[in-house]
Design a protein around this ligand. Structure first.
Ligand SMILES: Nc1ncnc2c1ncn2[C@@H]1O[C@H](COP(=O)(O)OP(=O)(O)O)[C@@H](O)[C@H]1O
Ligand SMILES: [Mg+2]
Length: 253
């Protein structure tokens, strides 16, 4: 893995959990000893600052692109997680960026010395050119047909340009009306990277404006997120789960 490693958190559909996953995945990676920059690149509707209760800022990711401020001056530290964040400034204007802007922005993120840069984005399909700026992308979906079919369109773009991609299924409740993971894998034609379960800690943490990871690390959602982050941590073996899993692991050493 090159350093910094740029991970784009994306989805074709809105409201599937990109921001929540970006924040908590970044927090989990950081707790595993990695240095992480969390970036709000949802320029039209930046929401990391809203979710984490970071006060309104004068300049953020868009102003970095516009060359009005440099990254070190624009970042803020989240008190609860210790995360370094490049937030987005709230604005009522519609923002339009061209591929070159996106590419220059990605290059400026690449010139930082973090281990990982986790980039939250706006919903939608990225343009062909801009996609090349990232090392890999998570595609977020919920276990329903509309969201999954949208995710497949994004998957095609990443595939076309040889960008490593991982499908993350969020808000899983194992209800009879949901698509099963097997069905999603059939549609995707590949393995699902990670399953994140529905958990009330998520809306609670959003309403409290604190990252779930800083509120209740042992919640279902945070355990799932930790599991996801572990494959990036360089740690070889993880023992997740409760008492029984720990006992079994002793016999498998
Ligand atoms: N695993 C989850 N369990 C429960 N609620 C969730 C979960 N993931 C997301 N949510 C809810 O969905 C809302 C939208 O998530 P968000 O991260 O803002 O989506 P996006 O960034 O894709 O638009 C959140 O405010 C939260 O309440
Ligand atoms: Mg969002």
């Amino acid at each position: 893995m090159g350093k910094p490693y740029l991970i784009r958190i994306s989805s074709q559909k809105g409201g599937v959990g990109k921001t929540v996953v970006a924040v908590n995945f970044a927090a989990a990676l950081q707790q595993m000893g990695k240095s992480v920059l969390l970036v709000d690149a949802d320029f039209t509707n930046p929401s990391i600052g809203i979710d984490l209760g970071l006060e309104d800022i004068d300049a953020g990711s868009l102003e970095v692109i516009r060359g009005r401020i440099k990254i070190p001056e624009a970042v803020v530290k989240d008190r609860r997680t210790g995360l370094i964040i490049l937030p987005g400034r709230l604005s009522s204007r519609q923002v339009s960026l061209n591929d070159r802007d996106v590419h220059i922005f990605a290059e400026s993120l690449r010139s930082t010395s973090f281990d990982f840069v986790v980039i939250d984005t706006a919903p939608g399909v990225i343009s062909d050119e801009a996609v090349k700026s990232y090392d890999e992308a998570f595609i977020l979906t919920t276990p329903d047909f509309p969201s999954c079919t949208s995710a497949m369109r994004l998957a095609k773009v990443y595939k076309k340009f040889g960008i490593k991609q991982r499908l993350v299924v969020n808000r899983v409740q194992n209800m009879s009306y949901e698509l099963t993971i097997r069905e999603i894998e059939e549609i995707y034609g590949n393995k699902v990277f990670c399953v994140l379960r529905e958990d009330s800690i998520v809306p609670i943490s959003v309403s409290e404006r604190i990252a779930a990871y800083a509120m209740k690390k042992n919640s279902r959602f945070c355990r799932d997120i930790r599991h996801m982050a572990l494959s990036f941590s360089g740690k070889e073996r993880v023992i997740e789960g409760g008492f029984l899993a720990r006992i079994i692991s002793r016999f498998n050493r």
